[in-house]
Design a protein around this ligand. Structure first.
Ligand SMILES: C[S@@+](CC[C@H](N)C(=O)[O-])C[C@H]1O[C@@H](n2cnc3c(N)ncnc32)[C@H](O)[C@@H]1O
Length: 329
């Protein structure tokens, strides 16, 4: 009897095994645009943590999920298929098929509940901490450290004098005078009354006549689209950042821009407690992928290394105008 070696097949077999279970397929579906901790996934699928850990181990061994350490917690996300490696094509096809499925309604409801829990943590933080925002922000990265880079990127985009801007999460309004100088009309939208009051004081002190302040949730309340939408250090406070980018893209007029300033991925978990951060920064590729899924095209990016070890990314994403969409069809 010839000795048959199965090594090559092991990897494919692990992939098939991992895909051969409805719950694991639904976990992959749930991770399409999000990453969750094992406890969150156990809550979402209504099973015990030990059971969910087992399923995640099988998915991880097959290379279908990857982990990311966020401080003390481990978050699971989908691994990207590698087309040129064994099983890569099957992996890609599996995810494509999975994404055609609708999540069971109760799973979708539980995901919404997990997002609501995350968002409540963020809101509570800003309601309590408005007065000390500047001090806590400065522990990591304050506006003075990224202001010039954001402005350089903004000015390179040459908006005309009639353009409008929307700043989501202006905090104490430190960036509003810059926007007010450059745009005909600026809307500042924040879901914290305490933060918005600080922004209102700033607008009054600086006599900014073209800034409209609005107490609203950027992801839940309707708002008119603007030529330029700016988010400075806000995305890491959103419960589901990939989904948030999709919604924010709708607030950008065709031909307009989304400017996102945020931290690069880091492992300083104290930022959760001290600064109310839900996410410890972002991988640069994740932002690009989420923006692409939101119909935005990557533009210039600036990366700023800080002396305290943190790194900031200032990213520009452009929304194609309707004419360029037509010509590309
Ligand atoms: C860390 S502060 C950033 C403040 C300012 N942009 C800066 O760079 O200093 C985040 C701000 O986003 C606001 N925010 C968080 N989630 C929001 C949401 N869903 N809709 C609107 N504003 C939100 C918070 O209230 C807070 O003012």
């Amino acid at each position: 009897m010839p000795e048959i070696r199965h090594d090559e097949c092991d990897q494919l077999a692990a992939l098939c095994k991992a895909g051969g279970d409805p719950l694991r397929l639904n976990v992959l579906r749930a991770l399409a645009n999000d990453s969750f901790g094992v406890l969150e996934l156990a809550q979402i699928f209504g099973i015990r943590q030990s059971g969910m850990s087992h399923h995640l181990k099988v998915l991880a061994q097959a290379g279908l999920v990857a982990t990311r350490r966020e401080g003390n917690a481990i978050f699971y996300r989908r691994a990207l298929p590698q087309a040129d490696s064994l099983g890569g094509t099957l992996h890609g096809a599996l995810l494509e098929e999975v994404d055609e499925l609708d999540l069971p309604a109760d799973v979708a409801a539980q995901i919404a509940a997990v997002h609501a829990q995350r968002a409540a943590v963020s809101r509570t933080y800003f309601a309590r901490s408005a007065e000390k925002l500047q001090a806590t922000q400065d522990l990591i990265a304050g506006l003075p450290q990224y202001r010039e880079s954001v402005l350089a990127l903004l000015d390179s985009l040459s908006f005309d004098g009639a353009s409008t801007a929307l700043e989501v999460g202006p905090g104490d309004g430190g960036f509003l005078p810059e926007l007010a100088r450059r745009f005909a009309q600026v809307t500042a939208l924040d879901n914290s009354a305490a933060m918005l009051e600080l922004a209102r004081q700033r607008c009054a002190d600086e006599r900014l006549g073209n800034v409209r302040l609005r107490l609203a949730d950027a992801l839940q309340d309707a708002e008119d689209a603007a030529d330029c939408v700016v988010l400075n250090m806000v995305l890491h406070h959103f419960a589901a950042p990939a989904d948030a980018l999709r919604q924010l893209a709708r607030l950008v007029k065709p031909g307009g821009s989304l400017l996102v300033t945020d931290l690069c991925s880091h492992d300083q978990s104290w930022a959760r407690e001290a600064c109310g951060d839900l996410w410890l920064g972002f991988e640069q590729e994740d932002l690009a992928r989420w923006a692409d899924a939101a119909g935005l095209a990557p533009g210039e990016s600036v990366y700023i290394g800080l002396r305290n070890g943190f790194q900031i990314q200032v990213r520009h994403f452009a929304k194609p105008d309707s004419r360029s969409v037509l010509t590309h069809r």
